[in-house]
Structure formats: C-alpha cells, structure tokens
Design a protein around this ligand. Structure first.
Ligand SMILES: C[C@H](O)[C@H](O)[C@H]1CNC2=NC(N)=NC(=O)C2=N1
Length: 76
C-alpha cells in the first residue's frame, strides 16, 4: 500500500521479471500522461518504486496524487 512521508505518496512494486515491471511502467506512463501528472520513479530489474507529489503546488501531496495512486492500483 501507499505510505505518505516527506510530502510524497510512496509505494514499492515487485514483479516476476523486468518485462512485467516495464509493462506496468508503460501502463502507468499512459495514465500519467492522460492526467498530465507524472511520477518520480525508479526501476531496477523487477522492482519499481514510485513517489507522487504535486510540483505545481510546491511539492506536496494533493488530490491529484491520490487519484493517480488509485489509478495505478487498478493497473496491477
Ligand atoms: C506544465 C505541466 O502541466 C505541469 O508541469 C504538470 C506536469 N506534470 C506534473 N506532475 C506532477 N507530479 N506534478 C505536477 O505538478 C505536474 N505538473
């Protein structure tokens, strides 16, 4: 689940392999672009870490971040 720390929503995802992780990232990227709301993220092989905050609001967690987090949950 997502946790809120340092004014960011954070969640770590683990997949079977790199292909699964990258396929997930592709789905997230499409959703993020639709919302014009983009994640800070890292990927190492089968792991994806995502931090969500709203830069335009001064790098704090807003409804936009919560909405994107919910949409990401549904992509799993
Ligand atoms: C100009 C553009 O719409 C803005 O910079 C958007 C783009 N993506 C964004 N993504 C995130 N996470 N926060 C923002 O404030 C933000 N702003």
């Amino acid at each position: 689940m997502w946790t809120e720390t340092d004014n960011k929503l954070y969640r770590k995802f683990e997949f079977a392999n790199f292909s699964e992780a990258f396929a997930f990232m592709t789905r997230v990227a499409i959703e993020a672009e639709k919302m014009d709301h983009h994640p800070l993220w890292t990927n190492v092989w089968n792991k994806v870490e995502i931090w969500l905050s709203t830069h335009d609001a001064g790098d704090i967690v807003t409804e936009k971040d919560k909405k994107l987090a919910e949409r990401i949950n549904k992509l799993l």
